[in-house]
Design a binder for this molecule. Structure first.
Ligand SMILES: [Ca+2]
Length: 621
């Protein structure tokens, strides 16, 4: 620090860090150790302009949308070369090396010794032990030179606390074996077919996935923060399913690659994701992005996947997350990840994420309800969990997945109302306030749901073992990703960011199977949670899919002639674009048949929708 020119410094907004509860200092760090930090630059456009453009896009039916190509995106919303040059100059003065920079991703990665990096950003880095794992950490804000204020929006990688965990639930078989595992060599085929041992396509059948579509031409990107897959596992699994093995590509981000065999739980997560996505969208290409389980890993991997011009995924599936909260996600990280998901929306990429497996508690024992990020991002299709119910072998319906707390070997769907993220306009009047003191009005989670209970769960193959009773909301995100891939195939372009459409028109149609039974308080009433109900609820969102009806609705032609043209603001009136009215029986291809009468029909639809909306607003409080 002694040889950097004296210059005024300011605290970087949103960068404040607190200690992980229970953390203790654990000896000095080596000042000569080399570390990398990720710098996030501002966009060429204002946040307000980007918000408006995303909202306008989200109000349109996918058929009516024009998405930005990667080049168009970079030119309009990427970082400015002049800003990048200033940061590079500062790096040079601070003895830091530019490892990589990308104007589309708005990312610069710098490398330097711990001493030089600490001096450049005026932080004190300390090694900690903590109940959440050992980490290199800092307390307080990161400092930046005053002339870079506004240009730098985030700095990640100084603090590397663990910040991602897999949302898979299963019982790890002990060495002697148990009923929930069959060694592959001794498995008697077919191992599939009963609740707890479903092959994913069987659940796809229950959800009426369209049979004439398989995701051909699409790429599904899967984000992983540990673990790995082996080709032999995939070949063995798909052979048992009677399907060809999928085309899977691994992409390494931040020095972490496909590393099967090191961590069985993470491997099970990776294989669950791939096996569900690939067997439910067998025509799609699968790309798995591996990254470190840190805040920097999140920023690096979401930007890498969303701006991957080589593979061009049209859907991303994320089955990892971590509880919202100041000692976990910094505001700068939430902001950066949300903005990356806006970039996804503008380029037609749907982002699906698991809502968590610990009910309204979300694994944080402070007596309050919590939701999980990134599922709580408004630009993510948050995927909650259900239990499939059977009478004998006959499917009879669904309820909220809640078989108690993790401490009793149970699990429950994540869901609730964010204390950190504002309520999107399209959730107004539908999502109730938080159950926490203060009754914050925030982003409600999840948006949709699917089978997540191990009891009605899946059989998957990981590390050479066929595991049964596998579940968790981890299973739901790839299931929805596969359904979206099928919709993209049918439409001939991506359906992209669909959240606003669910709340303004599609949620209350037969595209969904409403779940009305159960709650997600894993403590049986001590903590307080959320109750399912008719229509949207904070356990299952709009419900599980009727795949065929949903794909038809998402790919319906626009017929905007008679409807109100969507504008910015995101509060599209129900029934705009000739989409389905907010009734229970209407569905699909709405308004495609044109004619002058459509204007009259839409007017009636709009009136009905407003009345229904008023009804629900009054009833929610
Ligand atoms: Ca419901």
């Amino acid at each position: 620090m002694s040889d950097t020119a004296p210059r005024p410094y300011v605290a970087l907004s949103g960068s404040e860090r607190q200690l992980v509860p229970g953390a203790q200092e654990d000896g000095p760090l080596d000042p000569n150790e080399t570390i990398e930090v990720t710098i996030r630059l501002r966009a060429r456009e204002s946040d307000a302009q980007i918000d408006a453009e995303v909202a306008a896009l989200g109000a349109q039916l996918p058929a009516d949308r024009t998405y930005l190509t990667p080049d168009e995106y970079a030119a309009r919303y990427g970082a400015d070369q002049a800003d990048l040059t200033k940061v590079e100059q500062f790096a040079q003065e601070s003895h830091l090396t530019v490892v990589r920079s990308d104007l589309s991703q708005r990312i610069v990665i710098l490398s330097g010794t711990l001493h030089d990096v600490s001096a450049a950003f005026r932080v004190q880095l300390v090694q900690y032990t903590s109940p959440r794992g050992n980490y290199r950490g800092r307390v307080g804000p990161v400092q930046i030179p005053a002339e870079l204020q506004g240009i730098i929006e985030g700095i990640f990688g100084l603090d590397n606390r663990p910040q991602a965990r897999p949302h898979i639930r299963y019982t790890r078989p002990d060495a002697s074996g148990s009923s929930s595992v069959v060694a592959l060599a001794t498995a008697t085929a077919p191992a599939f077919g009963t609740p707890g041992s479903f092959a994913p396509p069987q659940v796809g059948e229950i959800y009426n996935f369209p049979k004439d579509l398989d995701g051909t031409g699409q790429c599904i990107g899967i984000l992983e923060f540990g673990g790995g897959y082996s080709d032999s596992d995939l070949q063995a699994y798909f052979q048992q399913l009677g399907m060809p093995a999928p085309k899977v590509t691994a992409v390494s981000v931040g020095g972490v690659g496909n590393e099967p065999g090191k961590d069985q739980d993470s491997d099970a997560e990776v294989l669950l994701d791939i096996e569900i996505a690939a067997s439910l969208a067998p025509g799609a290409k699968i790309v798995v992005y591996f990254a470190p389980f840190t805040e920097q890993g999140w920023v690096d991997v979401v930007t890498a996947a969303i701006h991957d011009t080589q593979n061009r995924p049209s859907v991303l599936s994320i089955s990892w997350g971590f509880t919202e909260g100041q000692d976990i996600w910094t505001p700068q990280a939430i902001n950066t990840v949300n903005q990356a998901f806006q970039a996804a929306a503008l380029q037609g990429i749907t982002v699906c994420a698991a809502s968590g497996d610990d009910g309204s508690r979300d694994q944080l024992d402070d007596g309050h309800a919590h939701v999980d990020f990134p599922a709580s991002s408004p630009y993510v299709l948050a995927c909650g969990g259900t239990t499939l119910l059977f009478s004998g072998n006959t499917f009879t319906g669904e309820k909220v997945w809640n078989d108690g707390g993790r401490d009793q070997g149970g699990g429950a769907t994540g869901g609730g109302v964010s204390d950190d993220i504002a309520q999107p306009s399209w959730q107004k009047g539908i999502v109730p306030p938080s159950v926490n003191p203060g009754n914050h009005v925030g982003r409600g989670v999840p948006d949709v749901a699917g089978n997540a209970d191990g009891v009605s769960g899946y059989a998957i193959l990981a590390d050479g073992q066929l595991l049964s009773e596998v579940g968790g909301t981890s299973a739901v995100s790839p299931l929805w990703s596969a359904l979206i891939a099928r919709a993209n195939q049918k439409l001939g372009k991506p359906v992209g960011y669909i959240n606003p459409l669910l709340y303004t028109s599609l949620g209350k149609t037969n595209a969904f199977r409403d779940v009305t039974s159960g709650n997600n308080d894993p403590t049986g009433g001590q903590l307080g949670g959320y109750q399912s109900a008719a229509g949207w609820d904070a356990c299952t969102g709009w419900g599980s899919p009727d795949g065929t009806n949903l794909v038809n609705a998402l790919t319906a032609s626009g017929a905007t002639s008679g409807g109100s043209t969507p504008t910015s603001g995101g509060t599209a009136p129900s029934g705009s674009n000739g989409a389905d009215p907010a009734t229970d029986d209407a569905t699909t291809s709405g308004g495609g048949n044109v004619g002058l009468t459509i204007g009259i029909v839409l007017t009636i639809v709009a009136i009905v929708a407003v009345l229904v909306a008023i009804y629900f607003v009054t009833r929610s409080f």
